[in-house]
Design a binder for this molecule. Structure first.
Ligand code: SF4
Length: 345
């Protein structure tokens, strides 16, 4: 699953080698201060999937500098975003540290350590300027990993003569110009082209679908790849899923119990209006977990990326709430939009 997981340095599909060494600041001093302040005896650590293998080393470093009687616990739950806090571990520890994502909602109990990338972004921005950007106006967005370089990128574009348009999205986003795999509100700006600086092909695809009137230029500074988002193949995949669900009678409607992925109203509305729809609650939504349900199609009200990125892996069509409405004839096919998620909890 891609979602918000760390993709940096994941070169499996690129045939390229790493251009930069990765180094992150785990902000151990901040954690030690919090332990002292709260006289904590249990510390919970949560890493995104791509950084889990570093967990034991971070725990070792912490154990060395923390008092002997402090227990360090690493979350083994899957984690793809700040929407996905291990609430079980959080309740059972005095200090809970979430690595790799910017806060979706602040809380005294949680320390968010963003782990900004140390990758140079300006060479990618220069390539975008040389090869794809035109005109005088450009929108600028990036993911949490490169947020520490946002001002640098803005100034660089301004120095190149562009008027740079940015905005802060809704309260699911921490920073101006930040996008999530489920939220592109920061790209609602007055420019015909948007420069997306970051990795992963799904983030900018969602962005391009949300803003079909804009050219979305993708500059990936980690893998040094420059492309323009093309939604056609992606749209075909979605139309395919909707078509296959048009004959469905029994729908499994998934309500995700992860703290920042629940859209109860949308799930409830579907089952209230369809006697052949069944509400299914679960945290991690995977093909294996749904295989034994005798349904003709599923509707996912949790993380939109599960539907769009992993949809083809499920044994039955997996739809977004809007795609469900299209499949049952409540909305026309050409109304299809990217499923976005707003607000927190
Ligand atoms: S719900 Fe949004 S923030 Fe959470 S994992 Fe999915 S795309 Fe990322």
């Amino acid at each position: 699953m891609s979602q918000e997981s760390y993709s940096e340095g994941d070169l499996r599909n690129t045939g390229m080698s790493l251009k930069h060494d990765r180094e992150w600041d785990y902000e151990l001093d901040r954690i030690v201060d919090a332990v002292e302040e709260r006289d904590a005896d249990k510390v919970g650590l949560q890493f995104p999937e791509g950084l889990k293998r570093r967990g034991p080393r971070v725990a070792d470093d912490l154990r060395e500098i923390l008092p002997d009687d402090v227990t360090v616990v690493i979350s083994g739950q899957p984690c793809y975003g700040a929407c996905d806090l291990d609430t079980y571990l959080m309740r059972r520890t005095d200090v809970f540290v979430h690595f790799g994502h910017s806060p979706m909602k602040e809380s005294d109990k949680i320390i968010y350590v963003p782990l900004f990338s140390n990758v140079e972004v300006l060479p990618s921005v220069d390539r975008a300027i040389d090869e794809e950007l035109a005109g005088d106006d450009v929108g600028l967005v990036t993911t949490a990993q490169h947020m520490n370089r946002f001002e640098e990128m803005r100034e660089h574009l301004e120095d190149a003569g562009y008027t740079v348009h940015t905005r802060k999205g809704d309260d699911r986003l921490t920073h101006e110009g930040q996008v999530l795999g489920c939220n592109y509100a920061s790209a609602d700006i007055d420019a015909d082209q948007i420069l997306y600086v970051g990795g992963g092909k799904f983030h900018p695809l969602g962005l391009a679908m949300e803003h079909p009137d804009k050219k979305v230029v993708i500059a990936d500074p980690v893998n040094n790849v420059l492309t323009v988002a093309d939604t056609e193949k992606f749209m075909k995949q979605r139309y395919g899923a909707v078509h296959r669900a048009m004959d469905a009678e029994k729908f499994g409607v998934i309500f995700c119990t992860k703290i920042g992925q629940g859209r109860w109203d949308q799930a409830e509305e579907i089952v209230d209006n369809n006697d052949d729809a069944y509400l299914i609650t679960m945290d991690e939504v995977t093909p294996d977990r749904l295989r034994n349900f005798d349904m003709d199609a599923f509707v996912n009200t949790g993380c939109p990326r599960i539907t769009t990125d992993d949809g083809p892996q499920f044994h039955k069509p997996m739809l977004t709430p809007q795609e469900y409405r299209i499949a049952i004839g409540e909305e026309p096919l050409d109304a299809l939009e990217f499923d976005t998620f707003h607000g927190t909890w």
